[in-house]
Each structure stands twice: as structure tokens, then as C-alpha cells.
Design a protein around this ligand. Structure first.
Ligand code: NAD
Ligand code: UGA
Length: 466
């Protein structure tokens, strides 16, 4: 697919990185700015081919329709990264920034190799002025490194580096992009920096009310993204920590969350106790924050944020231990069905999904594991490939649960709320157990049917004498 911009277009925008963020974000910009030409490039040719096909590389409600409207009109997907850089003066960079797995900072710091390669590629292929926008989530002060690379040799053009972190959540990406709580754009407080920032404000103000577009200095913008994710994850770890106490005291975590969340100073969102948070970003971004704090000698601050990740690991291990002890201290040879493998509902993404950890632990206990999910079975197969033990994959939840001793609910897909649990129960081995890692089922109804029910942070409902 060609990337040459049209002279008639008001602006030509490039996005490097056609992932969960680059694809949907650029599709929204193309839809809202029909006079702009938007090109998304990636080194992954298979991914680009999928973006150009009827079978998009990611599942996201509303994405197919959006892409269908703009693709070929003013949205283009291509592997021609160099041509894209040459032909576009506004360049969003949305490459992946995973946790480093080697060398200094392994397991904590962000791996910036993809980011740095992109910076060098932009430098090599630029002959005119460029505005380079950090869309990826990055450690604070990364823009400085970007500027240093871009200005390391004269090439006829000047570069302005901006920060415009993305706050969309998977599963609701299109809604979040269309109606964001805020758009954040950070720039150097210089005349050039402010002017570059105004070009980006102009894009978003096509559909986002001006008072929701926040402009800040560049470091505040970079840091605010990490802090936003840390605060969200902290709320989940806070309520999950309390869920353990509820289980000891016969309090009900949903009632506690409701009572606490009705305080308008606290707010009700992100207080659903669960088997733990997953997703590609919370853990990596908090560990990145922790690494930064330690780098600056702020060990107490680092410890504070690290505890959010520790509680998340604790919650997942606690879930497995509860399954083992409730099922008479052995899972060996028992068949256990996992309802949902995606890290949350409405996505096929399984990155850091608690279901991966739980499935591995169940296999270690020599249980037979059946995985069911409406969108994530392909990713589940990849995540669990090569593991020893008996693993089965069934999209149909009735088939998946048949013959099983227990069901563990890992993802809050609506289909699991709406199943005929009388039928599920009939076909399971007895005594039948449900471990509801999302608290989405009607627990008293499941108990009435005959299940032994173990919610998170609520007293279990069992048919055994205590
Ligand atoms: P992703 O892995 O889905 O996509 C990144 C893409 O970048 C991949 O397709 C990869 O092939 C491509 N890429 C890597 N190096 C490249 C290079 N040198 N040239 C061209 N393409 C290259 O990642 P994602 O989920 O879209 O996340 C991207 C960034 O956005 C991360 O920093 C992440 O933390 C942040 N973020 C993600 C979400 C989310 O919901 N996934 C939300 C907000 C922010
Ligand atoms: C999160 C943030 O919500 C986005 O603002 C951010 O842009 C994104 O990370 C990112 O930087 O990648 P996402 O991970 O897609 O988005 O999904 P969330 O809705 O935040 O859920 C994360 C995890 O927390 C899921 O596993 C979810 O099930 C879990 N969760 C969420 C709970 O366990 N309880 C809750 O109350 C809320």
C-alpha cells in the first residue's frame, strides 16, 4: 500500500506501531479529521496485512466498523516505515515498551530498544522539520533521550518532541477515544515547543471539548501516564487486600466497596475485587515507576508502589490455594474448567492475564485444565504452549465444563453470567465447585442448584458440614 501523501490533504500524520494503541487511535483521528491523511506503519508485515484485511489483528468492540469507514479513504496501513517518515511531518510513535528482561534493570525498567530504534530511523530518514510525539508509555525524561538522538547529527530538519500518552482501556477503546476524560499533551515550554503542541491540540479539538485537552510541560505529561496507571492499579490492590480480610471476618467485599465508594471523595470505580489485575500495562508501568524511584534514591516511595504489584501476585496465589484447600487438598487428576482467558471482558488480549498464572499453577498440581473463552483461545494456546500436563480448549462453555470437578471464572464475559447453570451442574462431576474470581455469578442461585460456591471476599456457600 502506498504511503505518499496527497497534496490536497490539510495535514499528513504518521504513526509508527500498529498495535492496540496505534491502530484504534489513528482510526479515530482519521474518522474525526477527514481532511488529514493518516498512515500507520509497522515492522510486523503480518500485522499490517491483517489491518488491511477483513480480519483485523485485534478484537475491540466498534473497531471493525470504524476501520471500514476510513480505511482507503484517509487511513492507510503500510510496512514502508522509511517512506512514511520522509513523507509525513507529524509522527506519532506507538511502539511497544515492555519490561526489560535482561541486563541492568531486568524485570523492572522499561525496555527502550524499540523506542530508540525508531528514533534513529526517524533521524536517518528525515530531511524536513518533524514533530515527534511519544504515544507509547515511557519513563519520565525519555523525551530528553529522544531529543539527543534526533539532534545528534544535522540533517536539514529540526525536531520537536512532544508527549501525548494514551489513556484508552482495552475493551472500551473506541468509546474512550471518542469521549476521553482528558487528552494530555506535554511540550517543552519554548516558542517552538508551544507551536508544535498547538498543532496536536488542533487535531484533538476536532472532537474533544477544549477544556478536556490539558497542556503541560513534557515531564509532567510523561509522569502523569505512569501515575494514572499506578493509581488505578492501587485501587484494585487495595480492595483485593481487603477481600482477604473479608473472607476471614464474614464481611462482604462488594458491600464494603459500595459503602466506601459512595463517598464522593473516594468514588465507586475500580473497586471490583477480583483474582487480580492483568493486562500489558499495569504491572510493567508500576515496575517502571518503582525503578525510577529507586534510580532517584527514593527507596521508601519505590517500596510503597511495589507493594501494589506484590498484593496482585498474592491475590492470584491465594486464589489457587483456596481452590486446593477447598477441594480436599488435592487437584491431581481432577478436571478444572477456566471460564475466560482474556485479562478482561471484550478483548482477546491475554497479556499478563491472571488466567495464565492460574492455569500454570493448576497444571503444576496435576489437574487437567480446560480453557474456554469467546475471543482469546488462540492467544491462550500460545501462552500455554509447551507446558506439561493435560490441556484442552473449548469455546463452548457447556462442553468445556462437562465432566469437570470445578469451574474457575477468570474473565467477566457476559456469556458466563447468562449460562444455564442447572445444565452446567448436571454434566459436572460431583461435588461440583465454582470459584468465582470476578464475583459475576448469582452465588445463591448456584448454591441452590447444588454447587459449592467460593466468591472473592465473601463467605463461601457450601453444602459441607463445617
Ligand atoms: P503492541 O505490542 O500491541 O504494538 C506495538 C507495535 O509496535 C507492534 O505491532 C510492533 O511490531 C511495533 N513496533 C515495534 N518496534 C517497531 C519499529 N521499530 N518500527 C515499527 N514498528 C515497531 O503495543 P500496544 O499495546 O499498542 O502499546 C504500545 C504502547 O502504548 C506501549 O508503550 C503501551 O504501554 C502503551 N499503551 C497501551 C495501551 C493498551 O491498552 N494496550 C493503552 C495505553 C498505552
Ligand atoms: C488500563 C487503564 O485503565 C487505561 O487507562 C490505560 O490506558 C491502559 O491500562 C494502559 O496504559 O495500557 P486496561 O489494562 O486496558 O487499561 O484495562 P482496565 O480496565 O484498566 O483493567 C485492567 C485490569 O484490572 C483487568 O484485568 C481488569 O479486569 C482489572 N480490574 C479492573 C479489576 O480487577 N477490578 C476493577 O475494579 C477494575
Amino acid at each position: 500500500m502506498k504511503t505518499k501523501p496527497n497534496a490536497g490533504n490539510k495535514k499528513n500524520i504518521l504513526c509508527i506501531g500498529a498495535g492496540y494503541v496505534g491502530g484504534p487511535t489513528m482510526a479515530m483521528i482519521a474518522a474525526k479529521c477527514p481532511d488529514y491523511r493518516v498512515t500507520v506503519v509497522d515492522i510486523n508485515a503480518q500485522r499490517i496485512a491483517a489491518w488491511n484485511s477483513e480480519d483485523l489483528p485485534i478484537y475491540e468492540p466498534g473497531l471493525d466498523e470504524l476501520v471500514r469507514t476510513v480505511r482507503g479513504r484517509n487511513l492507510f496501513f503500510s510496512t514502508d516505515i522509511e517512506g512514511g517518515i520522509r513523507d509525513n511531518d507529524i509522527i506519532f510513535v506507538s511502539v511497544n515498551t515492555p519490561t526489560k528482561t535482561f541486563g541492568a534493570g531486568a524485570g523492572m525498567a522499561a525496555d527502550l530498544q524499540y523506542w530508540e530504534k525508531t528514533a534513529r530511523q526517524i533521524l536517518e530518514n528525515s530531511v524536513t522539520n518533524k514533530i515527534v510525539i511519544e504515544k507509547s508509555t515511557l519513563p519520565v525524561k525519555t523525551a530528553l533521550a529522544m531529543e539527543r538522538i534526533l539532534n545528534s547529527q544535522p540533517n536539514g530538519g529540526a525536531f520537536d518532541v512532544l508527549s501525548n500518552p494514551e489513556f484508552l482501556a482495552e475493551g472500551s477503546a473506541i468509546r474512550d477515544l471518542e469521549n476521553p476524560d482528558r487528552v494530555l499533551i506535554g511540550a517543552r515550554e519554548t516558542e517552538r515547543g508551544r507551536s508544535a503542541r498547538n498543532s496536536i491540540v488542533e487535531i484533538y479539538s476536532r472532537w474533544v471539548p477544549r477544556d478536556r485537552i490539558i497542556t503541560t510541560n513534557i515531564w509532567s505529561s510523561e509522569l502523569s501516564k505512569l501515575v494514572s496507571n499506578a493509581f488505578l492499579a492501587q485501587r484494585i490492590s487495595s480492595i483485593n487486600a481487603i477481600s482477604a480480610l473479608c473472607e476471614k471476618t464474614e464481611a462482604d467485599v462488594a458491600e464494603v466497596a459500595r459503602a466506601v465508594g459512595m463517598d464522593s471523595r473516594i468514588g465507586a470505580k475500580f473497586l471490583n475485587a477480583s483474582v487480580g489485575f492483568g493486562g500489558s500495562c499495569f504491572k510493567k508501568d508500576i515496575l517502571n515507576l518503582v525503578y525510577l524511584c529507586r534510580f532517584y534514591g527514593l527507596d521508601d516511595v519505590a517500596d510503597y508502589w511495589e507493594s501494589v504489584v506484590k498484593i496482585n501476585a498474592y491475590q492470584q496465589e491465594r486464589f489457587v490455594m483456596n481452590m486446593i484447600t477447598s477441594m480436599f487438598n488435592t487437584l491431581a487428576g481432577k478436571r478444572i474448567c477456566i471460564f475466560g482467558f482474556a485479562f478482561k471482558a471484550n478483548t482477546g488480549d491475554t497479556r499478563e492475564s491472571p488466567a495464565i498464572f492460574i492455569a500454570k499453577r493448576l497444571l503444576e498440581e496435576q489437574a487437567e485444565v480446560v480453557i474456554s473463552d469467546p475471543k482469546a483461545l488462540d492467544n491462550a494456546r500460545i501462552d500455554l504452549s509447551g507446558l506439561a500436563g493435560v490441556l484442552d480448549y473449548r469455546e463452548d462453555p457447556y462442553e468445556a465444563a462437562a465432566g469437570c470437578h470445578a469451574i474457575a471464572v477468570m474473565t467477566e464475559w457476559d456469556i458466563y453470567r447468562a449460562l444455564d447453570y442447572e445444565r452446567v451442574y448436571r454434566e459436572m462431576a460431583k461435588p461440583a465447585f465454582i470459584f468465582d474470581g470476578r464475583n459475576i455469578l448469582d452465588h445463591s442461585e448456584c448454591f441452590r442448584i447444588g454447587f459449592n460456591v467460593y466468591p472473592i471476599g465473601k463467605p463461601p456457600l457450601t453444602h459441607f458440614d463445617s
